[in-house]
Design a protein around this ligand. Structure first.
Ligand SMILES: [Zn+2]
Length: 490
Protein backbone atom coordinates (compact mmCIF):
# COMPACT_ATOMS: atom_id res chain seq x y z
CA UNK A 1 0.00 0.00 0.00
CA UNK A 2 1.39 3.38 -0.95
CA UNK A 3 -0.35 6.13 0.94
CA UNK A 4 -0.16 9.55 -0.66
CA UNK A 5 1.06 12.58 1.22
CA UNK A 6 -1.94 14.75 2.07
CA UNK A 7 -1.63 18.49 1.61
CA UNK A 8 -1.10 20.25 4.95
CA UNK A 9 -4.51 21.90 4.86
CA UNK A 10 -6.37 18.57 4.51
CA UNK A 11 -4.74 16.80 7.42
CA UNK A 12 -6.88 15.37 10.16
CA UNK A 13 -6.39 13.22 13.23
CA UNK A 14 -8.57 10.89 15.29
CA UNK A 15 -7.34 9.79 18.73
CA UNK A 16 -9.17 6.74 20.04
CA UNK A 17 -8.52 6.20 23.76
CA UNK A 18 -9.58 2.78 25.00
CA UNK A 19 -9.48 3.37 28.73
CA UNK A 20 -7.47 0.83 30.71
CA UNK A 21 -6.59 -1.43 27.76
CA UNK A 22 -3.51 -3.54 28.45
CA UNK A 23 -1.12 -3.75 25.48
CA UNK A 24 -0.64 -7.52 25.77
CA UNK A 25 -4.40 -8.11 25.76
CA UNK A 26 -4.82 -5.94 22.67
CA UNK A 27 -1.82 -7.53 20.93
CA UNK A 28 -3.01 -11.06 21.55
CA UNK A 29 -6.50 -10.30 20.21
CA UNK A 30 -4.93 -8.70 17.14
CA UNK A 31 -2.56 -11.62 16.58
CA UNK A 32 -5.48 -14.04 16.96
CA UNK A 33 -7.30 -12.34 14.08
CA UNK A 34 -10.13 -11.16 16.30
CA UNK A 35 -9.68 -7.43 15.55
CA UNK A 36 -10.00 -7.49 11.75
CA UNK A 37 -10.68 -3.76 11.31
CA UNK A 38 -7.66 -2.81 13.39
CA UNK A 39 -5.57 -5.32 11.46
CA UNK A 40 -6.47 -3.65 8.17
CA UNK A 41 -5.97 -0.18 9.63
CA UNK A 42 -2.50 -1.01 10.95
CA UNK A 43 -1.19 -2.43 7.67
CA UNK A 44 1.71 -0.14 6.87
CA UNK A 45 1.29 1.60 10.21
CA UNK A 46 2.60 1.10 13.72
CA UNK A 47 1.80 -1.32 16.51
CA UNK A 48 3.95 -0.38 19.46
CA UNK A 49 3.76 0.47 23.16
CA UNK A 50 4.18 3.72 25.05
CA UNK A 51 4.71 4.66 28.70
CA UNK A 52 1.85 6.56 30.28
CA UNK A 53 2.00 9.17 33.05
CA UNK A 54 1.98 8.54 36.79
CA UNK A 55 -0.42 8.16 38.51
CA UNK A 56 -1.64 5.72 35.88
CA UNK A 57 -5.28 6.57 36.24
CA UNK A 58 -8.17 7.90 34.17
CA UNK A 59 -8.39 11.64 33.54
CA UNK A 60 -4.95 12.42 35.06
CA UNK A 61 -3.35 10.16 32.46
CA UNK A 62 -5.38 11.82 29.66
CA UNK A 63 -3.56 15.10 30.27
CA UNK A 64 -0.41 14.10 28.33
CA UNK A 65 -2.39 13.34 25.16
CA UNK A 66 -4.38 16.56 25.37
CA UNK A 67 -1.78 19.03 26.69
CA UNK A 68 1.66 17.56 25.95
CA UNK A 69 2.41 17.98 29.65
CA UNK A 70 2.76 15.49 32.50
CA UNK A 71 0.29 15.67 35.41
CA UNK A 72 2.62 17.52 37.81
CA UNK A 73 3.35 20.17 35.19
CA UNK A 74 -0.43 20.53 34.68
CA UNK A 75 -0.80 20.93 38.47
CA UNK A 76 -3.24 17.98 38.46
CA UNK A 77 -1.04 15.51 40.36
CA UNK A 78 -3.82 13.02 40.99
CA UNK A 79 -7.57 12.42 40.89
CA UNK A 80 -7.69 13.43 44.56
CA UNK A 81 -5.51 16.06 46.21
CA UNK A 82 -5.41 18.54 49.03
CA UNK A 83 -4.25 22.14 48.81
CA UNK A 84 -1.77 22.11 51.67
CA UNK A 85 -1.38 25.89 51.64
CA UNK A 86 -5.13 26.53 51.94
CA UNK A 87 -6.67 23.73 53.99
CA UNK A 88 -7.00 24.71 57.65
CA UNK A 89 -9.01 21.81 59.03
CA UNK A 90 -12.54 23.21 58.53
CA UNK A 91 -13.73 20.36 56.40
CA UNK A 92 -17.04 21.88 55.28
CA UNK A 93 -16.06 25.55 54.91
CA UNK A 94 -12.79 24.59 53.21
CA UNK A 95 -14.05 21.66 51.15
CA UNK A 96 -12.93 23.54 48.02
CA UNK A 97 -9.31 22.99 49.13
CA UNK A 98 -9.78 19.21 49.06
CA UNK A 99 -10.41 17.75 45.64
CA UNK A 100 -11.84 14.55 44.22
CA UNK A 101 -12.67 14.35 40.54
CA UNK A 102 -14.63 11.17 41.27
CA UNK A 103 -17.67 13.06 42.53
CA UNK A 104 -19.36 16.43 42.37
CA UNK A 105 -16.03 18.23 41.79
CA UNK A 106 -15.40 16.46 38.45
CA UNK A 107 -16.37 19.62 36.59
CA UNK A 108 -13.53 21.55 38.26
CA UNK A 109 -10.83 19.64 36.41
CA UNK A 110 -10.67 22.08 33.49
CA UNK A 111 -10.20 25.12 35.70
CA UNK A 112 -7.66 23.32 37.91
CA UNK A 113 -5.25 22.75 35.01
CA UNK A 114 -2.35 25.22 35.21
CA UNK A 115 -3.44 28.36 33.35
CA UNK A 116 -0.35 28.46 31.11
CA UNK A 117 -0.95 24.91 29.82
CA UNK A 118 -2.81 24.84 26.49
CA UNK A 119 -5.08 21.98 25.51
CA UNK A 120 -5.18 20.64 21.98
CA UNK A 121 -8.79 21.83 21.85
CA UNK A 122 -7.52 25.41 22.30
CA UNK A 123 -4.79 24.93 19.71
CA UNK A 124 -7.01 23.21 17.14
CA UNK A 125 -10.43 24.86 17.34
CA UNK A 126 -11.84 22.47 14.69
CA UNK A 127 -11.87 19.73 17.35
CA UNK A 128 -14.60 17.66 18.91
CA UNK A 129 -14.44 15.22 21.81
CA UNK A 130 -16.61 12.37 22.99
CA UNK A 131 -16.89 11.29 26.64
CA UNK A 132 -13.90 13.23 27.97
CA UNK A 133 -13.61 14.85 31.39
CA UNK A 134 -11.06 17.32 30.05
CA UNK A 135 -12.88 19.79 27.83
CA UNK A 136 -11.02 23.09 28.17
CA UNK A 137 -11.19 24.87 24.82
CA UNK A 138 -14.26 22.98 23.54
CA UNK A 139 -17.47 24.85 22.99
CA UNK A 140 -20.49 22.86 24.26
CA UNK A 141 -21.53 21.91 20.72
CA UNK A 142 -18.09 20.34 20.20
CA UNK A 143 -18.58 18.15 23.29
CA UNK A 144 -21.82 16.53 22.12
CA UNK A 145 -22.27 13.63 24.56
CA UNK A 146 -21.15 15.22 27.83
CA UNK A 147 -24.64 14.57 29.19
CA UNK A 148 -24.39 10.87 28.30
CA UNK A 149 -20.96 10.74 29.97
CA UNK A 150 -22.35 12.09 33.22
CA UNK A 151 -25.35 9.79 33.06
CA UNK A 152 -23.51 6.57 32.22
CA UNK A 153 -20.51 7.54 34.34
CA UNK A 154 -22.76 7.91 37.37
CA UNK A 155 -24.70 4.66 37.09
CA UNK A 156 -22.42 2.23 35.24
CA UNK A 157 -20.11 1.92 38.25
CA UNK A 158 -22.94 0.54 40.36
CA UNK A 159 -24.94 -1.32 37.70
CA UNK A 160 -21.83 -2.93 36.19
CA UNK A 161 -23.06 -1.77 32.82
CA UNK A 162 -20.42 -0.01 30.75
CA UNK A 163 -21.07 -0.91 27.11
CA UNK A 164 -23.77 1.77 26.63
CA UNK A 165 -21.11 4.44 27.24
CA UNK A 166 -18.94 3.02 24.45
CA UNK A 167 -21.95 2.72 22.16
CA UNK A 168 -22.80 6.39 22.70
CA UNK A 169 -19.21 7.37 21.85
CA UNK A 170 -19.13 5.22 18.71
CA UNK A 171 -22.42 6.60 17.40
CA UNK A 172 -21.53 10.23 18.09
CA UNK A 173 -18.05 9.92 16.59
CA UNK A 174 -19.21 8.46 13.27
CA UNK A 175 -22.10 10.94 13.13
CA UNK A 176 -19.71 13.85 13.65
CA UNK A 177 -17.61 12.80 10.67
CA UNK A 178 -20.74 12.46 8.56
CA UNK A 179 -22.03 15.89 9.52
CA UNK A 180 -19.04 18.22 9.91
CA UNK A 181 -16.86 18.64 6.80
CA UNK A 182 -14.34 20.89 8.59
CA UNK A 183 -13.22 18.81 11.57
CA UNK A 184 -9.47 18.43 12.13
CA UNK A 185 -9.08 16.63 15.49
CA UNK A 186 -11.44 14.18 17.16
CA UNK A 187 -10.86 12.64 20.59
CA UNK A 188 -12.99 9.66 21.58
CA UNK A 189 -12.76 7.91 24.93
CA UNK A 190 -14.12 4.37 25.28
CA UNK A 191 -14.82 3.65 28.97
CA UNK A 192 -16.09 0.04 28.88
CA UNK A 193 -12.76 -1.87 28.90
CA UNK A 194 -11.72 -0.15 32.14
CA UNK A 195 -15.16 -0.51 33.69
CA UNK A 196 -15.37 -4.25 33.06
CA UNK A 197 -11.71 -4.73 34.03
CA UNK A 198 -12.33 -3.33 37.53
CA UNK A 199 -15.13 -5.83 38.05
CA UNK A 200 -13.34 -8.87 36.63
CA UNK A 201 -9.83 -9.20 35.21
CA UNK A 202 -7.95 -7.29 32.48
CA UNK A 203 -8.61 -10.10 29.96
CA UNK A 204 -12.08 -11.24 31.00
CA UNK A 205 -14.59 -12.15 28.26
CA UNK A 206 -16.57 -8.95 28.85
CA UNK A 207 -13.40 -6.87 28.44
CA UNK A 208 -12.54 -8.68 25.21
CA UNK A 209 -16.07 -8.21 23.93
CA UNK A 210 -15.87 -4.45 24.61
CA UNK A 211 -12.58 -4.33 22.70
CA UNK A 212 -14.12 -6.27 19.80
CA UNK A 213 -16.88 -3.67 19.64
CA UNK A 214 -14.26 -0.90 19.47
CA UNK A 215 -12.91 -2.83 16.49
CA UNK A 216 -16.40 -2.67 14.92
CA UNK A 217 -16.37 1.07 15.52
CA UNK A 218 -13.03 1.31 13.70
CA UNK A 219 -14.67 -0.49 10.78
CA UNK A 220 -17.55 1.99 10.69
CA UNK A 221 -15.16 4.90 11.09
CA UNK A 222 -12.90 3.83 8.23
CA UNK A 223 -15.90 3.26 5.96
CA UNK A 224 -17.20 6.74 6.74
CA UNK A 225 -13.78 8.36 6.19
CA UNK A 226 -13.39 6.49 2.90
CA UNK A 227 -16.78 7.56 1.63
CA UNK A 228 -15.92 11.17 2.56
CA UNK A 229 -12.59 10.87 0.72
CA UNK A 230 -10.75 11.64 4.00
CA UNK A 231 -9.06 8.33 4.80
CA UNK A 232 -5.66 9.16 3.32
CA UNK A 233 -5.63 12.55 5.05
CA UNK A 234 -6.33 11.15 8.50
CA UNK A 235 -3.85 10.02 11.14
CA UNK A 236 -5.67 7.51 13.36
CA UNK A 237 -4.17 6.61 16.74
CA UNK A 238 -5.44 4.00 19.20
CA UNK A 239 -4.01 4.39 22.68
CA UNK A 240 -4.79 3.76 26.30
CA UNK A 241 -4.17 5.80 29.43
CA UNK A 242 -3.08 2.94 31.70
CA UNK A 243 -2.88 -0.83 32.05
CA UNK A 244 -4.38 -2.90 34.84
CA UNK A 245 -3.67 -5.87 37.10
CA UNK A 246 -5.70 -8.17 39.29
CA UNK A 247 -5.85 -6.91 42.89
CA UNK A 248 -5.61 -9.69 45.46
CA UNK A 249 -5.22 -7.56 48.60
CA UNK A 250 -6.59 -4.17 49.56
CA UNK A 251 -4.58 -2.25 52.12
CA UNK A 252 -6.85 0.67 52.96
CA UNK A 253 -4.26 3.31 53.80
CA UNK A 254 -6.66 5.51 55.76
CA UNK A 255 -7.73 2.57 57.90
CA UNK A 256 -4.09 1.50 58.28
CA UNK A 257 -3.13 4.93 59.63
CA UNK A 258 -6.11 5.12 61.98
CA UNK A 259 -5.25 1.67 63.36
CA UNK A 260 -1.84 3.09 64.28
CA UNK A 261 -3.38 5.96 66.19
CA UNK A 262 -3.23 8.60 63.42
CA UNK A 263 -6.46 10.61 62.97
CA UNK A 264 -6.79 10.54 59.17
CA UNK A 265 -8.80 12.48 56.64
CA UNK A 266 -9.67 10.61 53.42
CA UNK A 267 -12.54 10.57 50.92
CA UNK A 268 -15.38 10.35 51.67
CA UNK A 269 -14.70 10.81 55.41
CA UNK A 270 -13.47 14.38 55.28
CA UNK A 271 -14.96 15.40 58.63
CA UNK A 272 -12.01 14.08 60.65
CA UNK A 273 -11.23 16.49 63.51
CA UNK A 274 -7.62 17.54 64.04
CA UNK A 275 -6.23 15.17 61.43
CA UNK A 276 -2.55 14.19 61.62
CA UNK A 277 -2.66 12.81 58.08
CA UNK A 278 -4.67 13.10 54.87
CA UNK A 279 -4.69 10.25 52.33
CA UNK A 280 -5.54 10.83 48.67
CA UNK A 281 -5.72 7.57 46.69
CA UNK A 282 -5.51 7.23 42.90
CA UNK A 283 -6.43 4.32 40.78
CA UNK A 284 -6.13 2.67 43.47
CA UNK A 285 -2.49 1.62 43.14
CA UNK A 286 -0.92 4.81 44.47
CA UNK A 287 -1.63 7.42 47.10
CA UNK A 288 -0.40 10.72 48.46
CA UNK A 289 -0.12 11.35 52.18
CA UNK A 290 -0.16 14.85 53.65
CA UNK A 291 1.18 15.31 57.18
CA UNK A 292 -0.64 17.61 59.60
CA UNK A 293 -3.13 18.70 56.93
CA UNK A 294 -5.10 21.01 59.24
CA UNK A 295 -2.23 23.50 59.47
CA UNK A 296 -1.72 25.42 56.21
CA UNK A 297 1.85 25.49 54.93
CA UNK A 298 3.53 25.90 51.57
CA UNK A 299 6.64 23.75 51.97
CA UNK A 300 6.66 20.01 51.67
CA UNK A 301 8.17 18.04 54.54
CA UNK A 302 11.18 15.88 53.67
CA UNK A 303 11.41 12.17 54.45
CA UNK A 304 13.58 12.76 57.54
CA UNK A 305 10.88 14.93 59.08
CA UNK A 306 8.12 12.50 58.11
CA UNK A 307 10.05 9.79 59.95
CA UNK A 308 10.04 11.75 63.26
CA UNK A 309 7.72 10.35 65.95
CA UNK A 310 5.97 13.69 66.51
CA UNK A 311 5.00 14.14 62.84
CA UNK A 312 2.14 11.64 62.84
CA UNK A 313 2.09 11.02 66.62
CA UNK A 314 1.50 7.35 65.81
CA UNK A 315 1.99 4.44 68.14
CA UNK A 316 5.14 3.59 66.14
CA UNK A 317 8.25 5.79 66.33
CA UNK A 318 8.98 5.72 62.57
CA UNK A 319 5.72 5.28 60.68
CA UNK A 320 7.45 5.61 57.29
CA UNK A 321 9.63 2.60 57.99
CA UNK A 322 6.63 0.52 59.05
CA UNK A 323 4.75 1.58 55.92
CA UNK A 324 7.66 0.89 53.57
CA UNK A 325 7.88 -2.65 54.98
CA UNK A 326 4.24 -3.45 54.23
CA UNK A 327 3.99 -6.11 51.48
CA UNK A 328 1.51 -3.82 49.68
CA UNK A 329 4.10 -1.04 49.32
CA UNK A 330 6.75 -1.02 46.59
CA UNK A 331 8.30 2.21 47.85
CA UNK A 332 7.51 5.68 49.13
CA UNK A 333 8.91 8.99 47.88
CA UNK A 334 9.26 12.46 49.37
CA UNK A 335 11.03 15.66 48.34
CA UNK A 336 13.80 17.60 50.08
CA UNK A 337 13.99 21.38 50.01
CA UNK A 338 16.73 21.30 47.32
CA UNK A 339 14.47 19.29 44.97
CA UNK A 340 16.05 15.88 45.64
CA UNK A 341 13.44 13.10 45.58
CA UNK A 342 14.19 10.59 48.32
CA UNK A 343 12.79 7.07 48.02
CA UNK A 344 12.45 4.44 50.72
CA UNK A 345 11.59 0.78 50.41
CA UNK A 346 11.84 -2.11 52.84
CA UNK A 347 15.62 -2.19 52.62
CA UNK A 348 16.43 1.53 52.85
CA UNK A 349 16.74 4.80 50.97
CA UNK A 350 17.84 6.08 47.55
CA UNK A 351 17.86 9.52 45.92
CA UNK A 352 16.97 11.09 42.56
CA UNK A 353 18.54 14.41 41.65
CA UNK A 354 18.17 16.55 38.57
CA UNK A 355 20.89 18.84 37.30
CA UNK A 356 20.23 20.44 33.93
CA UNK A 357 19.23 17.64 31.56
CA UNK A 358 20.80 14.91 33.68
CA UNK A 359 18.69 12.87 36.05
CA UNK A 360 20.79 10.86 38.49
CA UNK A 361 19.53 8.01 40.63
CA UNK A 362 21.77 6.79 43.41
CA UNK A 363 20.97 3.87 45.72
CA UNK A 364 22.06 4.46 49.31
CA UNK A 365 20.87 1.96 51.91
CA UNK A 366 18.09 0.79 49.52
CA UNK A 367 17.60 0.46 45.77
CA UNK A 368 13.95 0.53 44.67
CA UNK A 369 14.74 1.56 41.07
CA UNK A 370 17.29 -1.20 40.35
CA UNK A 371 20.78 0.17 40.24
CA UNK A 372 22.51 3.51 39.86
CA UNK A 373 21.91 5.41 36.64
CA UNK A 374 22.38 8.88 35.26
CA UNK A 375 21.01 10.12 31.96
CA UNK A 376 18.64 12.33 30.05
CA UNK A 377 14.89 11.81 30.04
CA UNK A 378 15.24 9.86 26.79
CA UNK A 379 17.96 7.66 28.25
CA UNK A 380 15.80 6.97 31.31
CA UNK A 381 12.89 5.96 29.11
CA UNK A 382 15.02 3.61 27.06
CA UNK A 383 16.67 2.08 30.11
CA UNK A 384 13.48 1.51 32.10
CA UNK A 385 10.86 0.88 29.39
CA UNK A 386 10.62 -2.85 30.17
CA UNK A 387 11.88 -2.59 33.74
CA UNK A 388 9.91 -2.97 36.96
CA UNK A 389 9.05 0.75 37.16
CA UNK A 390 9.17 2.30 33.68
CA UNK A 391 10.20 5.95 33.58
CA UNK A 392 9.90 6.19 37.38
CA UNK A 393 12.61 8.83 37.90
CA UNK A 394 11.08 11.21 35.33
CA UNK A 395 7.55 10.62 36.58
CA UNK A 396 8.42 11.14 40.26
CA UNK A 397 10.29 14.36 39.52
CA UNK A 398 7.22 15.52 37.62
CA UNK A 399 4.89 14.71 40.51
CA UNK A 400 6.80 16.98 42.85
CA UNK A 401 6.56 19.88 40.37
CA UNK A 402 2.95 20.34 41.52
CA UNK A 403 2.41 22.33 44.74
CA UNK A 404 -0.70 20.18 45.27
CA UNK A 405 1.28 16.94 45.57
CA UNK A 406 1.40 15.44 49.06
CA UNK A 407 4.41 15.15 51.35
CA UNK A 408 4.66 11.44 50.59
CA UNK A 409 3.86 9.40 47.48
CA UNK A 410 3.09 5.75 48.16
CA UNK A 411 3.48 3.30 45.28
CA UNK A 412 1.76 -0.10 45.47
CA UNK A 413 3.27 -3.44 44.57
CA UNK A 414 1.56 -5.50 41.89
CA UNK A 415 -1.45 -7.34 43.29
CA UNK A 416 -2.22 -4.67 45.91
CA UNK A 417 -4.12 -1.43 46.14
CA UNK A 418 -4.83 1.22 48.78
CA UNK A 419 -8.60 1.47 48.98
CA UNK A 420 -11.07 -0.99 50.43
CA UNK A 421 -13.68 0.30 52.82
CA UNK A 422 -15.32 2.83 50.48
CA UNK A 423 -14.69 1.17 47.13
CA UNK A 424 -18.16 -0.08 46.21
CA UNK A 425 -18.43 -2.37 44.34
CA UNK A 426 -15.05 -3.89 45.15
CA UNK A 427 -12.28 -3.40 42.57
CA UNK A 428 -11.11 -6.85 41.52
CA UNK A 429 -8.56 -5.31 39.21
CA UNK A 430 -7.01 -1.86 39.21
CA UNK A 431 -4.25 0.52 38.19
CA UNK A 432 -2.64 3.76 39.40
CA UNK A 433 0.79 2.43 40.29
CA UNK A 434 4.20 2.85 38.66
CA UNK A 435 4.85 -0.77 37.78
CA UNK A 436 5.11 -2.00 34.21
CA UNK A 437 1.67 -3.59 33.96
CA UNK A 438 0.09 -0.22 34.80
CA UNK A 439 2.51 2.05 32.90
CA UNK A 440 2.78 0.32 29.50
CA UNK A 441 -0.04 1.04 27.07
CA UNK A 442 -0.72 0.24 23.42
CA UNK A 443 0.15 2.88 20.81
CA UNK A 444 -1.26 1.85 17.44
CA UNK A 445 -1.44 3.97 14.34
CA UNK A 446 -2.37 3.75 10.67
CA UNK A 447 0.90 5.56 9.88
CA UNK A 448 4.52 4.74 10.69
CA UNK A 449 5.55 6.54 13.90
CA UNK A 450 9.25 5.64 13.97
CA UNK A 451 11.10 3.23 16.21
CA UNK A 452 12.11 5.38 19.21
CA UNK A 453 10.59 4.57 22.65
CA UNK A 454 7.54 6.69 23.30
CA UNK A 455 5.80 8.32 26.20
CA UNK A 456 2.12 9.04 25.75
CA UNK A 457 3.01 12.70 26.27
CA UNK A 458 5.05 12.58 23.05
CA UNK A 459 1.96 11.66 21.01
CA UNK A 460 0.65 15.19 21.59
CA UNK A 461 3.64 16.42 19.60
CA UNK A 462 3.05 13.74 16.95
CA UNK A 463 -0.54 14.89 16.47
CA UNK A 464 0.31 18.60 16.30
CA UNK A 465 3.17 17.95 13.91
CA UNK A 466 0.86 15.94 11.65
CA UNK A 467 -1.68 18.77 11.73
CA UNK A 468 1.09 21.30 11.08
CA UNK A 469 0.28 23.19 14.27
CA UNK A 470 3.35 24.66 16.07
CA UNK A 471 4.19 23.03 19.41
CA UNK A 472 3.61 25.29 22.44
CA UNK A 473 6.69 26.26 24.46
CA UNK A 474 7.52 24.48 27.69
CA UNK A 475 5.73 21.19 27.07
CA UNK A 476 7.08 17.83 28.27
CA UNK A 477 6.31 15.92 25.08
CA UNK A 478 8.79 15.81 22.25
CA UNK A 479 8.52 14.81 18.66
CA UNK A 480 10.01 11.33 18.46
CA UNK A 481 9.88 9.93 14.97
CA UNK A 482 7.62 12.24 12.97
CA UNK A 483 4.86 10.42 11.11
CA UNK A 484 6.46 8.83 8.07
CA UNK A 485 4.92 9.35 4.64
CA UNK A 486 4.40 7.25 2.68
CA UNK A 487 3.80 4.63 5.34
CA UNK A 488 4.96 1.69 3.26
CA UNK A 489 5.63 0.77 -0.30
CA UNK A 490 4.54 -2.53 -1.67
ZN1 LIG B 1 -10.09 2.62 36.08
Amino acid sequence: MNRPTPPDSNRRCILLLVDGLRPDVAESELAGGRLPHFARLLAGGTRTRAITAFPSTTSVAYLPFLTGCLPGRCNIPSIRWLDRSAYGGRWWAERGAVRSYCGYQAGMLDQDIAPDVRTIFELVPESAAFFTMITRGLTPDRDPIQGARKFWGAISHYLLWHQPGDDAVAGALVEWIRRDPDWRFLFAQFPAVDGYTHQTTPDAPRVIEALRRVDDTVGALVARLASNGQLDDTLILMVSDHGATVVKHHLDLAVWLRQRGVPTLAHPELWQKNPRAAVMVAGNGSAMIYADPGTPRVDRWPLARLRRPETFAADQPDLIQVLAREPAVAFVAAQESDGTVRLADRSGEAAIRQSGDAITYRPETGDPLDGPFSGTRSAWLERSFDGRFPDAAVQLLDQFRSPRTGDLIVVANEGYDFRDRWELPEHKAGHGSLHRAHMQVPAWSNRALGAAPLRTVDLFATVLDWLRVPLPDGIDGQLVGPVAIPARNG
